[in-house]
Write a protein that binds this ligand. Structure first.
Ligand SMILES: CCCCC/C=C\CCC/C=C/CC(=O)SCCNC(=O)CCNC(=O)[C@H](O)C(C)(C)COP(=O)(O)OP(=O)(O)OC[C@H]1O[C@@H](n2cnc3c(N)ncnc32)[C@H](O)[C@@H]1OP(=O)(O)O
Length: 296
């Protein structure tokens, strides 16, 4: 289903996204700050600063389900069309887990049409974020594996909470799957080829100190200062004239974006045939069961 159709489905009577509002903040934010609510994404906009904080709230682990990807896409599209917003900070509504990555239940026991729809939505969100004209910051206030790490890598800078429990990285190989070429390219563009090769083959999840050292994040700060630091760094990015910053960003990212645009359909087909393999289904199911067993 295309984004428009998925949006329609979400707006059907009964959907909690229906009637989402953008009103004056009940609390928090500067004068004139606005707060918009959808089911899984909370937006706190500060028009005076030109910045919106987009908070993930998809319990229990902020996984990127099809619905979460769709809501995030809608929210970003709205912000892109809002002339008062020049920068966005992505963060988790509750500290602890920034995002557990792609929702594994979307990749297990479904049919090929579902896998294709899901993967298309992952591509769409990546394209929207990686090509965004806005300045994007990630205030990483929790653990950040796989698709969560990818989300943060689409941003222009990353601030990570100084908590050794919070790790970040593309750990796909540890699950028995692997990061597709555009995940890999996004990481190469951030930390370079050799560090990416090592990180991807070993499926490394970096502690804050390691992530800072390898350049996966730009700053590690005390947990209670992640958002405020991300906002203060944002003011540096917004001090640059938009057109100059945007042209530079496009120049830096265009080759990577073009690769996916050129191979988009093939990438979907590759994903569908890979994820549909019995052997891959089995490893994903074992991984999910292990996660679930912990709690039962
Ligand atoms: C040829 C070309 C082909 C190209 C394509 C090739 C390959 C495909 C690439 C696909 C890419 C995938 C990228 C991904 O993002 S895969 C997801 C990777 N994520 C993880 O490995 C994280 C897994 N989760 C955890 O490690 C932990 O949950 C945690 C995030 C550290 C949080 O721990 P904790 O607070 O202890 O919470 P629980 O573990 O108890 O989890 C609570 C609850 O949530 C469920 N859950 C956790 N993660 C996910 C998830 N990613 N998706 C869906 N569900 C998840 C977990 O099962 C628990 O459920 P129950 O409440 O039912 O027990």
């Amino acid at each position: 289903m295309a984004l428009v159709a998925r949006v329609r489905a979400l707006l059907l009577p009964g959907s909690r996204l229906r009637g989402a509002t953008l009103g004056r903040a009940a609390n928090g934010g500067g004068a004139g700050a606005r707060r918009a609510l959808s089911h899984r994404v909370l937006v706190e906009a500060d028009p005076a600063a030109g910045v919106a904080v987009v908070k993930f709230r998809n319990p229990p682990v902020n996984s990127l389900s099809l619905e979460m990807l769709t809501e995030l896409g809608i929210c970003l599209e709205k912000l892109e069309n809002d002339k008062t917003v020049r920068g966005i900070v992505l963060t988790a509504d509750r500290p602890g887990i920034f995002s557990a990555g792609l929702d594994l239940t979307e990749m297990c026991g479904r049919n090929p049409a579902h896998y294709a729809e899901f993967w298309k939505a992952v591509q769409e969100l990546w394209l929207r974020l990686y090509q965004s004209n806005m300045a994007l910051g990630a205030a990483i206030n929790g653990t950040c594996p796989a698709g969560g790490c990818l989300l943060s890598l689409t941003c222009d800078y990353r601030i990570l909470a100084d908590n050794p429990k919070y790790t970040i990285g593309l750990n796909e190989t540890q699950l028995g799957i692997f990061a597709p070429f555009w995940f890999k390219d996004t990481m190469v563009n951030t930390i370079g080829h050799r560090a990416t090769e090592r990180a991807l083959q070993l499926g490394l999840l970096f502690t804050p100190a390691e992530a800072l050292q390898v350049g996966l994040v730009d700053q590690v700060v005390p947990e209670d200062q992640v958002q405020s630091t991300a906002l203060s760094v944002m003011s540096q990015w917004l001090a640059i004239p938009d057109h100059a910053r945007q042209l530079t960003k496009t120049m830096m990212r265009k080759a990577t974006v073009d690769q996916l645009l050129k191979h988009r359909e093939a990438d979907i087909q590759n994903f569908v045939s890979f994820i549909s393999r019995d052997s891959i289904q089995k490893v994903l199911q074992v991984y999910l069961q292990k996660l679930r067993k912990k709690n039962h």
